[in-house]
Structure formats: C-alpha cells, structure tokens
Design a protein around this ligand. Structure first.
Ligand code: NDP
Ligand code: HSE
Length: 438
C-alpha cells in the first residue's frame, strides 16, 4: 500500500521533533500503522533558518496554504501555534476533507467546539493528544482507558515551563527571570511566555481535560486562572517547613452544584507523588469512581516528547482512515449530542483549604485577634507558626493553614483581618489541596 502523505505546518521545536521522530522510527511506525507515513510538504516562515531536523525530501514553502491545498496530502499537522493563521489553516483543511493533528491547546480550548462540529460534518478526525501535558498520552487515557468510570476530579501539573521555574527556584535558589530565559532557550515556553507563568496555557489544557473527563463543552472563558509570579522563596520555604510543596496546579472537580475549573498555585502534601514531580516533567492525577486514583507522568514539553504525542495521533488517524466516521472515538470522548450543560462554578463558590501568611505587629494579643476572626467566620485552623521578627523589625510573620472553606467566606475573613491596625499590608493567600482519595 502507498504511504500516507502528510503536510506539516511549522518546523520549529515541535515540528522539527516530529520530522525527526517520523524519519528515525519510520519502519517501526509503518509496522504499527499498516502503511508508511511521509511528510511531503512543509511550511515555515523563514526557509533559511537553521533547523533541528533534516528536511531533505520535503518540499518547503513559506505559504501554509500551499501545504493545505496540496491534493496529495490526506493529513495536515498544525504546529504553528496561536489561533490566527492556525485556525484559518485548520478550518481550510477540514473544509477540504483532510484530517488534522495539532499540538495547539489555545486553538482547541478556544475554538474546539466549532472545529469539532465542522470536522464531524465533514467526517474527518481532529487529533490533539500533544495539546495537553506534552508526551503523556493523557487524552487517550481519559477518553478511552477510563471510559468506564465516572471521573470525580483530576489535578495536574500541566505546564512544563512553570514547573521548571518553581523547581529551580526551590532547589537552587535561582531567580524567576533567569530560569524563564533558560526555559525559552530549551524550547519549552510558549511564543508569549506570560501564557506559561500566568497560567493561561495550563487553563487551555485544563479546559480540554475537563471536557473529555466530564463530557462538557470546552469553556475556556469560565476557567479561573492565577499565575505563579507572586510566589516568593519565603512562601516556598514556609510551605516546606509545614510539610508541603507549592505547585502550579490545574484542578477540575465534579460537585453537586456544578464543575470547578481552576488553575492556581497550590500547596500539596509533600508525601504525594505529584508533589515530587519536578523540572519540565508534568503529571496528572485522575480520580475515577471505579478505578480510584491513577497518576500519569512524563515530559510536559520539548521537541521529541511532544513529537511522540503528535506521531501517536498521526498513527491513530492512519489506522482509522478507512473506518466509518460515525463509529470513530468522539473528539471530546462523549458523543457530541450528549454533552452536559451543568454550570461551571464561580471561584466564590469553590471550596478548598488555605495557606495564609501575614505580617503582624510583634505584640501580645495579635495572633488571638486573627484567630478569633477566623473562628467567627467558621474557619478552622489546621496549623499555625509565628516567625520572630528579624533584628529591629517591628513585624513578625504568622503562617496559618486552614481547613476547607468556601472561597467567599475566606475572602470576607481576609478583609476583616486586613482591616486590623496591627496587620501590615495584605494577607498572602495560597490555596491548598490534600489530593486524597475522596
Ligand atoms: P515554534 O515557535 O518553535 O514553531 C512555530 C513554527 O511555525 C516555526 O517553524 C515557524 O516558522 C512557523 N510559523 C509561524 N508563523 C508562520 C507563518 N506565518 N507561515 C509559516 N510558518 C509559520 O513553536 P513550537 O514548536 O514550540 O510550538 C508549536 C505548537 O505546539 C504551539 O501550538 C505550542 O503551543 C504547541 N506545543 C509546544 C510544545 C513545546 O514544548 N514547545 C509542547 C506542546 C505543545 P519559523 O521557524 O521559520 O519561524
Ligand atoms: N509551554 C508549554 C509548557 C509547552 O511549558 O508546558 C507544552 O505544552
């Protein structure tokens, strides 16, 4: 049988990795797919740029339209990024009846509902394994492997750049900006790295995970996002003293009132495996009612780990080329006409535990006053430490861990604490999750 001809949009970190993996493992891949897979046409902005891959035998162009319009091509791999040109090219490929493979989480999280509807009409596949957690096959695991479960919650370290920064800050005391520059040089960061550090990239990924876990439409605009730029070495050290690690976590949870979808820095007990996932590695913890907790771990970014997921998708598409479109695995794991429309909860209604740090006047009765505000607000304290002021400083640090409480209740209590004239500045608040098997 003739090889399947594939078009590639983008020859950067992931595009270059994809060419390398497809070439190096061509024979093994053909044995799996039942046919050879050949990239015949590829687009990049600058054809004179040095590449991490060998492009011999691939027709090159600066115009992605030429690739999409090439009549030989059955599968288009989109690795340009963003939701401008990439969206235009993906829509064009679908309109022409071509299958699409993409690593673009922004595209899927923001436009996936529309893209999948168009793809279904045209009977083509749109595969996006590489869009979440780099090389970890987490989409397939949830969509297919856990299809017998009601998923109760999932929590993941789903941005490699952010985890790399937090790890280097904790282990080596390095500066935030310095580590971010290294992550960019290694090809981990997004074109706009604020997407990594402000949690937007993780929110794109969480949006996708929640849809396939719960059978709800993609709702990126309702996902709460808080970044890691306000995390200080001081907080990391206090958390450690209390037996916790701070990780930038995406959490999606089913509750009686609706779904929680949130990305924020989170204290996790250090004894949890996921608390020990460091560097560019990602991990996703999924709680199914039948299977219990399952944990998926691997490289969350980088050329070949991400290419592994892209090529896995291409093989899946090739295997299903001749199958009846009605009988393929649905894009979002649930049949498109069976998606649920339960609400996404506002952060005010989310329940979680908290780490609080405040700077207080070093005199008797201050700690008691803070504790009484929390007690009046029905918030119980799990642990508390007070740090003596350094030398002549008039202020001491108090660090508290609380039990679970609804966020609006905590916000009201924090406002009362900040109004005390013995408190210096704002109360630092970091959410905390035990991630136990509930
Ligand atoms: P890069 O910036 O390294 O690559 C983007 C590629 O697109 C480049 O080859 C660039 O050309 C090409 N391109 C951009 N604009 C045009 C244009 N107008 N016409 C033709 N070609 C164009 O990005 P990455 O490989 O890092 O990321 C690609 C996608 O994969 C993104 O959606 C990203 O979010 C996602 N992703 C990235 C991961 C990673 O680890 N980097 C991991 C998982 C997903 P040129 O090289 O000439 O500039
Ligand atoms: N910028 C992303 C990250 C790439 O660091 O996780 C992988 O999606």
């Amino acid at each position: 049988m003739n090889p399947v001809k594939v078009g590639l949009l983008g020859l950067g970190t992931v595009g270059g990795g994809t060419v390398n993996v497809l070439k190096r493992n061509a024979e093994e891949i053909a044995r799996r797919a039942g046919r050879g897979i050949e990239i015949v046409h590829a687009a990049a902005r600058d054809l004179n740029k040095p590449r991490i891959c060998d492009t011999d035998g691939i027709q090159l162009t600066t115009d992605p339209n030429e690739v999409v319009n090439n009549p030989e091509i059955e599968i288009v791999i989109e690795l340009i990024g963003g939701d401008g040109l990439a969206l235009e090219m993906v829509n064009k490929a679908i309109e022409q009846g071509k299958h699409v493979v993409t690593a673009n989480k922004a595209l899927i999280a923001k436009h996936g509902n529309d893209i999948f509807a168009k793809a279904q009409q045209k009977g083509v596949m749109v595969a996006f394994e590489a869009a979440v957690a780099g090389g970890i096959p987490i989409i397939k695991a949830i969509r297919e492997g856990l299809a017998g479960n009601q998923i109760q919650w999932l929590a993941g370290i789903i941005n490699g750049t952010g985890n790399f920064i937090l790890t280097e800050m904790k282990d080596k005391g390095r500066d935030f900006d310095d580590v971010l520059k290294e992550a960019q040089a290694l090809g981990y960061a997004e074109a706009d790295p604020t997407f990594d550090v402000e949690g937007i990239d993780a929110a794109h990924k969480l949006t996708i995970l929640a849809s396939i876990a719960f059978g709800i439409p993609l709702q990126f605009e309702k996902t709460f996002t808080e970044g890691i730029t306000t995390i200080t070495r001081e907080d990391v050290a206090y958390a450690e003293e209390l037996g916790y690690r701070i990780k930038h976590l995406g959490v999606a949870r089913r509750t009686d009132k609706g779904f929680e979808l949130r990305v924020h820095p989170t204290l996790i007990p250090e004894r949890r495996l996921i608390a020990n996932v460091d560097g560019v590695m990602n991990a996703v913890l999924v709680m199914g009612d039948a299977v219990g907790p399952t944990l998926y771990y691997g490289a969350g970014a980088g050329a070949e780990p991400t290419a592994s997921a892209v090529v896995g998708d291409v093989v899946d598409v090739v295997r299903a080329l001749t199958s009846d479109p009605e009988n393929r695995v649905p894009h979002l794991a649930f049949q498109a006409d069976s998606l649920a429309n339960d609400p996404i909860l506002s952060m005010d209604d989310v329940e979680t535990a908290y780490y609080l740090r405040m700077s207080v006047q070093d005199k008797p009765g201050v700690m008691a006053k803070v504790a009484s505000i929390l007690a009046e607000s029905d918030i119980s304290i799990e642990a508390i430490i007070q740090k003596e002021p350094v030398e002549d400083d008039a202020f001491a640090n108090i660090i508290m861990l609380t039990h679970r409480v609804v966020e609006k209740q905590m916000n009201a209590a924090i406002a009362k604490i900040e109004a005390l004239d013995t408190i210096n500045g704002a109360v630092k608040r970091i959410r905390m999750e035990s991630l136990d098997a509930k």
